[in-house]
Design a protein. Structure first.
Length: 163
């Protein structure tokens, strides 16, 4: 119970950021804690218990989102923005947190997952690649394309410099 009390609120926040539904987030953290307690013998202490548990919560949320999805419509690759190598996420006009969240939510799933894990959850490319079962180069590409979509959405919403 001590571990649960220590980590439950933080893990709930992680789950809420991913599934955006309180009841689903509560169910998912309960399932994640059960799985963690069942697999406690596999915890090797290479990372903190919280980081290990967070990985379980993130994986459980991703599994839930994939299972809930009824169909997948891939975007046409030729319509993608060119990939750039810069890591600059700044825009030249004021953007609020809700606008950023909305722009991330509007991304196609494969880009949204990478952007969310990178920017919000703080995972690096190798960790994201492992979690999602993709190559690290694919992770970097999806992050850059996700960034491009987010910036394009701000421009499409008629944001102008200085407003």
């Amino acid at each position: 119970m001590e571990l649960y009390r220590k980590y439950a609120q933080g893990m709930f926040c992680v789950a809420m950021r991913m599934v955006r539904n309180e009841a689903d987030a509560e169910d998912l953290i309960q399932e994640a804690f059960i799985k963690a307690f069942q697999k406690l013998d596999q915890f090797q202490g290479q990372v903190s218990f919280g980081a290990w548990l967070k990985r379980i919560v993130v994986n459980r949320c991703l599994d839930f989102l994939k299972a809930r999805k009824q169909y997948f419509v891939d975007i046409e690759e030729h319509r993608l923005q060119p990939v750039t190598a810069d890591a600059d996420w700044e825009v030249n006009y004021p953007v609020g947190p809700e606008e950023v969240r909305s722009a991330i939510d509007a991304l196609p799933d494969k880009y949204r997952e990478v952007v969310q894990l990178y920017l919000i959850e703080g995972y690096d490319h190798s960790e994201i690649a492992e979690i999602l079962g993709i190559k690290e180069t694919t992770c970097r590409t999806r992050l850059m394309r996700g960034k491009s979509y987010v910036l394009e959405q701000f421009n499409d919403n008629n944001h102008v410099a200085g407003s």
